[in-house]
Design a protein. Structure first.
Length: 147
């Protein structure tokens, strides 16, 4: 009569299946994280533009018109409103006067020169903001900008 040997540990097939599942999960996680970090950069640019939006709204309340440039609004030049991800934040006239233009540096899916436009809209005696971009992929924009 043969003595039955007990097997300890995992078989090679079980280990390979486990490694394949882990590899798939890591691939999905890395892709999702990359998109998340790029969206965070875009949101950071919009946050950096908050004082500029405030200057545009303040100018509107004082002059009943929107400023055409940073100097007209009394704020720093566009090249001085930057961070590691943002090339400049400026006030422009396209598509309308008072538009805040956020221009990005190159990183990942965001190319140098990609921009987000914050367009001021007159609503009674207040200013509302419409967010848009013609250069960025929609999935990188905050939810308010995807409309």
């Amino acid at each position: 009569m043969q003595k039955r040997q007990t097997q300890y540990g995992f078989s090679l097939v079980e280990l390979l299946v486990t490694l394949a599942v882990i590899a798939i999960l890591v691939t999905v996680a890395v892709t999702t994280y990359a998109d998340y970090s790029l969206r965070a950069r875009v949101s950071g640019g919009i946050r950096l533009a908050s004082p500029v939006k405030l200057a545009v709204a303040e100018y509107y309340s004082n002059h009943n018109a929107f400023p055409a440039s940073n100097s007209a609004a009394g704020i720093a030049p566009p090249e001085e409103i930057t961070d590691q991800d943002i090339q400049s934040v400026s006030i422009g006239t396209v598509p309308t006067t008072g538009t805040v233009v956020i221009v990005f540096n190159s990183r990942g899916s965001v190319a140098a020169g990609d921009s987000v436009l914050l367009v001021p809209l007159k609503y009674h005696n207040t200013v509302l903001w419409q967010c848009t971009s013609k250069t960025l992929i929609k999935k990188l924009l905050p939810a308010a900008c995807r409309d």
